[in-house]
Write a protein that binds this ligand. Sequence first.
Ligand code: ARG
Length: 584
Amino acid sequence: MNTPRQELEARVALAVGKAFSPVPPGPYVRPCPDSRHGDFQTNAALVQAKEAKANPREVAAQLIAALDLSDIADAPEIAGPGFLNFRLKPAYLAQQVRARAADGRLGVPTVVKPETVIMDYSGPNIAKEMHVGHLRSTVLGDALARLYCFIGHKVVADNHIGDWGTGFGMILYGYKREGDAEKLRQDPFGHLEGIYRRIQEESKTDETVREAAKRELVLLQQGDAKNRELWEQFRTYSLAALDVMYQRFGVQFDYTLGESFYNDMLPGVVAELQKKGIARESEGAVAIFSDGTLPQKDDPFLVSDKGEFRDNPLLVRKSDGGFNYATTDLATIRYRHDHFHAERVIYVVDGRQQMHFRQLFEASRRWGYTEMKLEHVWFGTILGPDKKPFKSREGENVKLRALVAEAEERAAAILTEKRPEMNEHERGALARIVGLGALKYADLAQNRNLDYVFTWEKLLAFDGNTAPYLQNAYVRIRAIFRKAGLTEAPQAEVILTEPAELALSRKLLDFADSIFMAAEEYRPHYLCLYLFELATFFHKFYEACPVLIAEPPVRDSRLVLCDLTARTLRQGLNLLGIEVVEQM
Ligand code: ARG
């Protein structure tokens, strides 16, 4: 099913092909910036006029003559210097709304060329509890995985956990001294983090502790049975604890391969890079340097230093023989290519790693992985009220568990106030959905490249661009159906006459566009904004157009609009990883 924009695009493309030669490049149609002038517009005539050095309004008239739109839009008007504005016909809108209402996918097409897409997100370093710093990657990555899956790609969600870092040397050393198997089982993060912190502190002043921790790490890396067994335990219990959180979040992975999985491949990767002349030895280490093929300012292996460019190598083997974060990522790229036949890899990782990924992608290109699309979908920092990275009162990272718990508590308090008669059990269940939804949405609704200030009040507000506002719009519609004694909308003609009905219908038809825009640019906030506008248009419609007291053909038509709105909200929120409720 074409969206109205796609349909117009196809028609305009046809006309452009007939009227102009050479044909100016598309896309031609975009939404009208001011809806008073039309629903969509094209600047094709302007582009052509500039190219052919002709009068734009005359060119626009030629384009109109070649256009056949009579079944979908009013006769186009020439606006300003030579834009064409299009206004969709009510009958076309009505027919399109009806078609979407009858479609399980609500009119959202699937992509023509499905790809195997690896979604790399969350990726916490284990042996540490997840904190607020992991919220964005987890929530954004989950939404993108859902979006890509929904539009027809084959998504492989892979949690690239940090389970093989230098930290394990300290943990092993400390655990052998003061570890407790029971505590590890009960509270793996609490126990391991405590140990890690003490050893890290001691190693600052005590050379022998530092050396001992290093020895433990080398033993682990050499495959020492005892250390390997302990590490397995740390990993198993940490993963189980992480899983509790993921379940609470409704987030699922297909794989949790993690850094350790690639460990045995690393020497081979470095050898191959050296053989191909991509990496070379330097001061005992092995690193990748600029090959001079890129313009200096675009070369990630160079940095500008007071106007001069100097080397900015990517280390793939340390001088002590150990491997780097980047080495593992290179091995991962090869594995994802060879094993999964990935066509695209999406890394949902903090913006502070931009340089790492620029170097990684350029190194992969030189290594020969030129077909696979590699995207660093980066995000900014969550800030506290003081505009500094969000920390607890004690100055620690806020644990994700605490954040969710507080969201639930606050949601429960609001629900108690709004619906004092609700029983405890029902309120608890609702608060979990509303609290978590609000937390996720507050993140997803932001432009991911910006830092944002975290405020509970904003997040849980029942009006504004928030999850509770959208969930509430859904609840309102469900209440209409309950009141009417209906479980679903009637199969009815759609009749659009009132401006509020027309506005809501136009918005309903934009659903697919918002989804594709969010997916293509890896920006779920486009979908959030769409849902917020949809809910706003619904409320305006609901104020202006009585539903249940209207006469039958209009009543049924309005019920169709209500139902399609509810299903669009539910599907949209679901793609963001947020549930709806029937009452709140
Ligand atoms: N563990 C990493 C960190 O905490 C994130 C991993 C991201 N994924 C990757 N393939 N590098 O920063």
